[in-house]
Design a protein around this ligand. Structure first.
Ligand SMILES: NC(=O)C1=CN([C@@H]2O[C@H](COP(=O)(O)OP(=O)(O)OC[C@H]3O[C@@H](n4cnc5c(N)ncnc54)[C@H](O)[C@@H]3O)[C@@H](O)[C@H]2O)C=CC1
Ligand SMILES: N[C@@H](CC=O)C(=O)O
Ligand code: NA
Length: 435
């Protein structure tokens, strides 16, 4: 029976998961695949860990040496980061080795160079684990939905942020307290900036946007706004109005161009996405033939992520001897058809908005605010006045109809300039999820 030899870079959370999966599922995988997968070499900082998890594999300390070994056919890049991981991936491709990576940062920032080099060297780079971990959403975008024109992708694609938002809603806790809890439970990184400021979700939606619309990967075009500034009051008020607040990655094709953004978003509580809680992920894709499809599951964790890594490995094993035209293109479209397109600036996106205004609790204030919104063509869908605060202050919560973002921003600036308004206006975008 044919054997595919693997070189494994990194034996951290995901690397360990891969080693355990290959140990526990070998028989079933071989039945499906018709060939054997063997880890022949591992680059890890600890030899003891290699002996413990991959006793049959050689220990390498230098990633560039590992990728050049004759007994490595496919390199699994599970280091993370964009320094050594990038050097090792590029070197491996130059040596004609196929790649499986879980590294969304690497692909969102350097994917174009990596895929171009892979095309040139006739190798495959697979990356299912990089987006929504164990959920096969890359497979869906590249293959399952290949007969469609994709219209939009929207997803809860950062488990740490979703855990924090779920706890804030259920327990009314403050952001910083839940973050500490997420760190204690091991969900968030010691430096959780990447998760909570939207970078991780931005990397993932950037990759999905390229696959959906046939563009180069363009992380620079992605608007990022995380959850660190969210106040639990807004989550509570949103809930009273029938909405949940989620950190969404959104990409959408419009007449003006492609929208690509990550930000906290109000979603009607009846929608499935609004009910994805804790560390779970979900991605909703709208496409012109199939309509709406939704993908839900574990977006992180050793074994769910390993499930995606090893499925990629199995795809590569099947296609290794196939002519290159039989392979699925890296960015879903033929390389010659991957074309840059206009991205819509945030000022020009169309959305509805949740606004919270803190103002003097006196006659005429509501009317003044409504007029300032109307002056910019912003129409109000709902308006409630919340509890009277100290010092004769009230909070006014407004939901708007769909409008262009720059109109809302101009209206907010005018509202904030009023003497009766005593704090910056809170603005959260709302998602109608109509495609
Ligand atoms: N942890 C998760 O649930 C998920 C992780 N990912 C991605 O998978 C990749 C790996 O993530 P984790 O396993 O969580 O990270 P990790 O930090 O647990 O593991 C990385 C491992 O690589 C090792 N490493 C890094 N540079 C090395 C070097 N020069 N020589 C030897 N060893 C080196 C580290 O010591 C560590 O053991 C990242 O790109 C991450 O974004 C993707 C989806 C989910
Ligand atoms: N940090 C990520 C896990 C990997 O993608 C998350 O919290 O979802
Ligand atoms: Na995935």
């Amino acid at each position: 029976m044919r054997t595919i030899n693997i070189g494994l870079l990194g034996l951290g959370t995901v690397g360990r998961g891969v080693a355990e999966l290959l140990r526990d599922n070998t028989q079933e995988m071989t039945r499906r695949l018709g060939c054997e997968i063997r880890i022949s070499a591992v680059c890890s900082r600890s030899q003891e860990r290699v002996q413990q998890l991959c006793p049959q594999a050689a220990w390498e300390t230098d990633p560039l040496t590992l990728v050049q070994r004759d007994d490595v056919d496919v390199v699994l890049e599970l280091f993370g980061g964009t320094t050594l991981a990038k050097d090792a991936v590029l070197k491996a491709i130059e040596c004609g080795k196929h790649i499986v990576t879980a590294n969304k940062k690497l692909l969102a920032e350097y994917g174009n160079d990596i895929f171009a080099l892979a095309e040139k060297n006739n190798v495959m780079v697979h990356f299912e684990a990089a987006v929504a971990g164990g959920i096969p959403v890359i497979k869906a975008l590249r293959e399952g939905l290949a007969a469609n024109q994709i219209q939009s992708v929207a997803g809860i694609i950062n488990g740490t942020s979703n855990f924090i938002l779920s706890e804030m809603r259920e327990k009314g806790s403050a952001f910083k307290d839940v973050l500490a809890e997420a760190q204690r439970l091991g969900y968030a990184e010691a430096d959780p900036t990447f998760d909570i400021e939207g970078h991780d979700a931005g990397h993932k939606i950037t990759i999905m946007s390229a696959l959906a619309f046939g563009t180069p990967v363009n992380f620079g075009a992605c608007y990022l706004e995380g959850i660190s500034q969210l106040d639990s009051r807004d989550i509570k008020y949103a809930e009273e109005l029938g909405y949940r607040v989620k950190l969404l990655g959104i990409t959408r094709k419009t007449e003006k161009g492609i929208e690509l953004r990550v930000h906290p978003t109000l979603i009607p509580e009846s929608r499935l996405l609004a009910n994805v809680n804790g560390v779970m992920n979900a991605v909703r894709i709208n496409a012109n033939m199939v309509g709406e499809t939704l993908y839900y599951g574990a977006g992180a964790g050793a074994l769910p992520t390993a499930s995606a890594v090893v499925a990629d490995l199995m795809d590569i094993a099947r296609l290794m001897n196939a002519p290159s035209q039989n392979r699925v293109p890296h960015l879903a479209f033929q390389p010659s058809q991957v074309k840059a397109q206009n991205f819509v600036s945030m000022d020009n996106i169309s959305s509805s908005y949740y606004l919270r205004v803190q103002a003097a609790d006196e006659a005429g204030v509501l009317g003044k605010i409504a007029t300032l919104l109307a002056n910019e063509g912003v129409s109000i869908e709902a308006l409630i006045q919340k509890a009277v605060l100290d010092n004769n202050q009230a909070e006014i919560v407004i939901l708007t109809h769909h409008t262009i973002e720059k109109n809302v921003k101009t209206a907010i600036a005018a509202i904030e300039a009023q003497d009766c308004v005593s704090a910056p206006v809170t603005m959260i975008r709302m998602e109608s999820l109509h495609g």
